[in-house]
Design a protein around this ligand. Structure first.
Ligand code: 2P0
Length: 355
């Protein structure tokens, strides 16, 4: 019939986010519920982002997905949770020009084709599931005319990957851990939009690394099981830091922002070291970058840069303004000359978002 030939598509773009108060540890592995709140900033989409096209057609016979043009399996529980949650909220969609109507009931039976691209080299070790699942939830929500707002969509993206819930918003974002066992109140809210503090410049120093890293998912699971420091951090330290960080962001107080960001990154890596067996994400180059930043901040009247490291050796450096960013790059080039083996590249951008 004529209805065999139609296809509906939606394309969305979502940047990755960098935590300044870290998420590390789950209280529920399946629903992906964290042991503490976290705060992040969303990057400029021109540098580290995912673009995802979702398509539906009666000619499709199964759900399929391609990541960077290679087909990947959708059979994992995390993909299935996201697809199930979005389908459950699908609404009637009508295209009068094509004479097509997809009802709520149809969405349960129709199959999807999903194509996703990262605009950053996976080899850089910056591949992040954060942008990917946020983009998938957002694009599917648009395709199926889901009425949920960004926070409610974030609770669905969260079930793909915890940090993904924070990429549904630009600017500064808080992932509230929530109290409910079913995860309904574990979602992201925007603290400040991308225009609020637009002096900040982010520089990512891509540190060469040949060693295989422990995945975040298994690493944090081992930390929850073995690190007493993690328990102390989640209960006693992070709740206070979250309040202080919210205050620093509200007041654009770079001195407090920098102090909290660096301290929280260092404590996250201390928790990794406190895990049995210990997990090492930073390497000698990472440690040298910390020393350079600390020494520079102490030699000035006020801090000029904040550093933070995730589950790998790359440094995310946040300069207080463009002048500080220029000085930062000069310092990095001095300590790591262009032909040195320690650093492979820099990615420079502002925080912001586009969809
Ligand atoms: C964060 N990280 O807050 C922390 C800091 C890495 C270090 O969120 O198991 O890929 O999919 O929920 O989100 C990386 O963990 O882990 C992460 P899952 P995810 O950004």
């Amino acid at each position: 019939s004529e209805s065999q030939n139609w296809v509906f598509m939606v394309t969305a773009q979502t940047p990755t986010n960098i935590a300044v108060i870290k998420y590390w540890g789950k209280r529920d592995e399946t629903l992906i519920l964290p042991v503490n709140d976290s705060i992040s900033l969303t990057l400029d989409p021109s540098h580290l982002c995912t673009t995802t096209t979702v398509a539906v057609s009666s000619a499709f016979h199964q759900d399929r997905m391609w990541l960077n043009a290679k087909e990947i399996s959708l059979s994992g529980g995390r993909f299935q949770s996201c697809l199930r949650e979005i389908r459950a909220r699908a609404c009637d969609v009508e295209d009068e020009n094509k004479g097509i109507k997809i009802t709520k009931e149809d969405w349960a039976k129709l199959h999807l084709h999903i194509a996703s691209y990262n605009n950053f080299p996976t080899a850089a070790g910056l591949a992040s599931s954060a942008a990917g699942f946020a983009c998938l939830a957002y694009a599917l929500g648009k395709l199926m005319d889901v009425k949920e707002d960004e926070s409610q969509l974030s609770a669905i993206a969260r079930q793909g990957s915890g940090s993904a819930c924070r990429s549904l918003f630009g600017g500064f974002v808080k992932w509230i851990m929530g109290k409910e066992d079913n995860g309904s109140d574990s979602l992201a809210v925007q603290l400040a939009d991308e225009k609020h503090w637009d002096d900040l410049v982010i520089v990512i120093a891509v540190v060469s690394s040949r060693q295989k890293e422990t995945s975040s998912t298994s690493g944090m699971c081992e930390s929850v099981e073995t690190s007493l420091l993690l328990q102390h951090r989640a209960k006693e330290i992070v709740p206070k830091r979250i309040l202080q960080m919210e205050e620093a962001i509200k007041n654009r107080d770079f001195a407090s922002f920098s102090q909290l960001t660096c301290a929280d990154s260092n404590q996250f890596h201390a928790v990794c070291l406190d895990t049995s067996p210990p997990i090492f994400y930073m390497n000698d180059t990472s440690h040298r970058i910390i020393s350079i930043a600390e020494k520079w901040n102490r030699s000035e009247e006020a801090p000029q840069v904040a550093y933070t490291f995730d589950a790998g050796p790359n440094a995310v450096l946040i300069a207080r303004n463009r002048k500080a960013a220029t000085s930062l790059i000069q310092r990095l080039l001095y300590y790591f000359p262009p032909n040195s083996d320690d650093l492979s590249s820099y990615i420079i951008g502002d925080k912001s978002i586009a969809k």
